[in-house]
Design a protein around this ligand. Structure first.
Ligand SMILES: Cc1cc2nc3c(=O)[nH]c(=O)nc-3n(C[C@H](O)[C@H](O)[C@H](O)COP(=O)(O)OP(=O)(O)OC[C@H]3O[C@@H](n4cnc5c(N)ncnc54)[C@H](O)[C@@H]3O)c2cc1C
Length: 409
């Protein structure tokens, strides 16, 4: 049976398209399959999430031609303020303040990162893939099986159609069927928390400042969007979140207001409200025979540090780097040695990040007065040490460590 393309990617969410574009630009032919029709994925109200994109992620998006398509809708983030908040009691005097003028990148004028709404990112990926002759998109088709043979790997769609390639990529999210079918098990747990997500209009400008308040039930992030609008990621215990989500818009706002505070003036809802159950899920291996996992299929973590998609895009850049260099050296892109290079690059990093987000959530989503005192003193100490603050900023910007080609400038 002939091969349809060099690489088949299952999952056309965010990371599948990013990898498809990176690989197509490097000269590979790629097929991207997603169970959802393009019409649904294009729908502006599809998700409602906003992403805090680190500078390294912006570099990747620029290199694969996405950034010019979304830049006008991206909101620069100039400052991040992190504090221990208590619903109704306002902000504690202990906080961390990260400012772009501390110099996260080469220029103090560069922002710390950007906020971008899901709908713009998704739309740009779909349009860019459509224009690239090396990418074939199959939408509205579920992959139900995968079969290895000595020279390739095939996937079977629910329609019965079979597609064959050298390498299969699982970019099919937290419940990755690609991983399950390859016998890759997962480790993780549920946080008993659910994120309430929405966009808010407010009377006063945010000046590009992001806020994170730590409440006993979970963190509340207020992230700047273009105009007088912010994206809210509000974590609550799952039972509380279900009750709050069931409220009318007016009652929802009445619960949010004391947590939000009045520093941005009067607030109102700007669109739909969403909920996301929060869990930690790590694939026990990121590669298998003729197969690699990226994005949420490899690791899903708590959004407390806003690093989920940034870690995913680092997988994309690292895998594109490994495969491109392997081909330039005349190696087999699906050889275990090649795939192991990707796994070694990414697995330890993502496990460490997942543990950090997990510990941060346990430490901060807690009303214990002793723990609160400890973390408040810790925040004050970090805030008083500019070199440590700058180190944390460079870490969050994704500019430390071994950078893949597509994340270098
Ligand atoms: C509340 C919340 C807030 C977040 N905020 C941030 C943030 O500020 N910054 C940040 O960096 N990250 C953030 N994240 C993380 C980010 O949303 C995820 O990392 C990202 O969406 C993962 O994308 P993905 O492409 O890997 O997976 P998904 O978006 O889950 O895409 C998987 C795709 O695979 C398809 N699929 C699945 N199975 C099959 C099959 N059998 N056949 C065909 N197709 C299939 C699905 O239809 C889907 O389109 C947040 C997450 C949450 C929950």
């Amino acid at each position: 049976m002939t091969k349809n393309s060099d690489i088949v990617i299952v999952g056309g969410g965010l990371n599948g398209p990013a990898l498809a574009l990176a690989l197509a630009l490097a000269g590979f032919t790629v097929t991207v399959i997603d169970a959802l029709p393009v019409k649904i994925r294009k729908n502006a109200g599809f998700d409602g999430r906003g992403y805090a994109l680190a500078l390294a992620s912006k570099r990747l998006l620029n290199a694969i031609g996405i950034w010019p398509r979304v830049a006008q809708n991206a909101q620069p983030m100039y400052e991040i303020k992190v504090s221990d908040g208590h619903a109704g009691l306002g902000v504690s005097p202990f906080f961390m303040h990260f400012d772009h003028s501390d110099g996260v990148d080469s220029s103090p004028h560069d922002p710390m990162g950007f906020m971008l709404e899901d709908r713009y990112l998704r739309g740009a990926f779909l349009a860019a893939m459509k224009e690239h002759p090396a990418i074939t998109q199959i939408s509205g088709q579920t992959v139900v099986a995968q079969t290895l043979d000595p020279q390739g790997i095939s996937v079977t769609l629910a329609s019965g159609k079979v597609l064959r390639a050298n390498l299969l990529i699982g970019s099919d999210g937290r419940a990755s069927g690609t991983a399950t079918r390859a016998g890759i098990r997962r480790t993780g747990w549920n946080y008993g928390q659910t994120a309430l997500v929405c966009a808010i209009d407010h009377a006063m400008p945010h000046n590009g400042i992001a806020h994170q308040f730590f409440m006993p039930a979970g963190p509340l992030a207020i992230l700047p969007l273009p105009g007088n609008r912010s994206s809210i990621v509000w974590s609550e215990t799952t039972a509380n979140a279900a009750a709050i989500h069931a409220l009318s818009d007016a009652d929802y706002l009445a619960v949010l207001r004391p947590r939000f505070g009045d520093f941005l003036g009067e607030i109102s809802l700007a669109g739909q409200r969403f909920t996301y159950p929060l869990d930690l899920t790590l694939a026990n291996a990121f590669v298998g025979e003729r197969l690699a996992l990226i994005g949420d299929a490899a690791h899903g973590m708590h959004p407390i540090a806003g690093q989920g998609l940034n870690a995913d895009l680092r997988d994309v850049a690292a895998l594109a780097h490994v495969l491109t260099h392997a081909r330039q050296r005349g190696e087999d892109i699906a050889a275990q040695l090649t795939l192991d290079r990707y796994q070694q690059w990414r697995r330890f990093d993502t496990q460490s990040l997942a543990m950090i987000t997990d510990l941060s959530n346990k430490l901060f989503s807690n009303g214990n007065p002793l723990l609160r005192l400890g973390r408040d003193l810790g925040m004050r100490a970090i805030n008083a040490m500019p070199p440590l603050r700058r180190g944390l900023m460079r870490e969050a910007a994704g500019l430390r460590g071994d950078l893949p080609d597509l994340m270098r400038e």
